[in-house]
Ligand binder design. Structure first.
Ligand SMILES: [Cu+2]
Length: 88
């Protein structure tokens, strides 16, 4: 299953919810995450569809600022967004 990391290194489960203009959750998207860690290392993962969202096991093991980029393919439409998170 995409988004599952059984290596024992995963520290968090990152979940993205996609809402349409009507506020309803959009199903059947293909969603991926790319996370740049404070040390510059990059992890990429596809996600599993779960609880109306898209989730993946990720590793955020060191303190500092992470850049999280998300890409969603919904049919022919591709959406991209990103945020930063300061892990204390
Ligand atoms: Cu999950």
């Amino acid at each position: 299953m995409p988004g599952v990391d059984r290596s024992g290194k995963a520290t968090h489960h990152l979940l993205l919810y996609l809402g349409g203009a009507d506020g309803k959750i959009l199903p059947s998207a293909k969603v991926g995450f790319q996370i740049t860690a404070p040390d510059g290392s990059i992890q990429k993962t596809l996600t599993m569809e779960m609880q109306g969202g898209y989730g993946a096991d990720v590793t955020m093991a060191i303190a500092g600022v992470y850049r999280v980029r998300m890409k969603a393919e919904i049919g022919a439409v591709v959406l991209a967004d990103e945020f930063t998170y300061d892990l204390k």
